[in-house]
Ligand binder design. Structure first.
Ligand SMILES: *Cc1c(COP(=O)(O)O)cnc(C)c1O
Length: 340
């Protein structure tokens, strides 16, 4: 364990061992109460289903330190609900919303000194996960499960503000039409590593996935959701059953409509229809919003921003959302929970 807290300003998105993690075990039909441990290792059976058959899922959310010194969680109830959906999809026991939120709060409080100060842009990233463990060799659900939450302080995704980056379109799929795309399960991310590397090798920040049925519509931007802004003040985002429903996106849809007076539309977004948008971005917890500078498709780069300046609507969405998360802006009821 590192004894001293890091330089908040230079934090990236890297693992650091913090003081305590939460761990709970499911066996014989129920979860135990869970405990906090200093140990950051797991001692599990070599025959665990999580290792061989990908029976596992995870979540990602952040704790934000406000100007008032208080620590806030953003819509953790939605992370809890999504983890239930993921568990259901890969036949693992669900964790109740109450247990999930309680575990997150315990981890934040036990690692208070790792919650970055207000104004550094840094936050405490929480990683809840459920894995199938125990002795099992056939393809069937595990006899035992672990639900754990650990935390890592992470830096602002944008070192120099909101800088637009370029993406390429991959021919590979991260999910199947009726597969596990809407669940946050590890297999989807294993499937994304090769196309991600190929995009990176060609100088792109990440790759864009098209819908696995027709390969004509935008589905995801790496591990983030896509949105486009039109000149008619519309916020447009893909609709598809194989997208991982981003809580950030859902929040932006609400804010676009209620705070920015935009028209919000979920529809197919053809990769050949990018001219419809004046601005585009990728959104998710880690990045908040990444403005999309350009998209390479079949050898041609469609450019949204020729300079490094982010569009005004994207910036307004970013300021509103992060304002709510850090407690500077009043958000809709129930979006923010103070950890105490
Ligand atoms: C986690 C994730 C997102 C972002 O979801 P948030 O709830 O906004 O953090 C988007 N796409 C994929 C594939 C993801 O795994």
């Amino acid at each position: 364990m590192a004894d001293t807290v890091p330089q908040w300003e230079t934090l990236g998105f890297d693992y650091i061992k913090t003081d305590k993690r939460y761990i709970s075990v499911w066996e014989n039909g129920s979860w135990d109460d869970g405990i906090l441990t200093e140990d950051n290792l797991l001692h599990i059976s070599e025959a665990s289903t999580a290792l061989h058959y990908g029976q596992q899922c995870f979540e990602g959310l952040k704790a934000y330190r406000g100007k008032d010194g208080k620590i806030r969680l953003f819509r953790a109830d939605l992370n809890a609900q999504r983890m239930q959906l993921s568990c259901h999809r890969v036949l693992m026991p669900e964790v109740s919303e109450e247990k999930f939120i309680d575990a997150c709060k315990q981890v934040v409080l036990a690692n208070e000194k790792w919650v970055p100060p207000y104004g550094t842009g840094a936050t405490l990233y929480l990683r809840p996960f459920v894995i199938g463990v125990g002795d099992n060799i056939g393809v069937k659900p595990a006899p035992k499960y672990i639900f754990s939450v650990f935390c890592v302080p992470v830096g602002p995704y944008f070192k120099g503000g909101l800088t637009p980056v370029n993406f390429s379109v991959t021919d590979m799929d991260r999910a199947a039409p009726h597969g596990t795309g809407q669940a946050k399960v590890g297999g989807n991310y294993a499937a994304s590593m090769l196309p991600h590397k190929e995009a990176g090798d060609q100088g792109y920040a990440d790759c864009i996935y098209l819908d696995p049925t027709t390969h004509t519509n935008i589905e995801e931007v790496g591990a983030a959701n896509f949105f486009g802004i039109t000149a008619d003040n519309e916020f447009i985002t893909p609709k598809s059953p194989s997208i991982l429903a981003s809580i950030t996106k859902r929040s932006l849809m609400d804010l676009a409509e209620k705070k920015l007076g935009m028209t919000v539309i979920e529809r197919d977004v053809p990769i050949t229809g990018l001219d419809a948008f004046t601005e585009a971005g990728a959104c998710g917890t880690a990045a908040v919003i990444t403005p999309i500078g350009g998209i390479e498709y079949k050898g041609r780069l469609h450019v949204f921003y020729s300079e490094s300046e982010t569009g005004p609507v994207t910036r307004k969405l970013y300021d509103t959302l992060s304002g709510i998360q850090f407690g500077d802006v009043e958000g809709p009821d129930g979006w923010v929970t103070i950890v105490e």
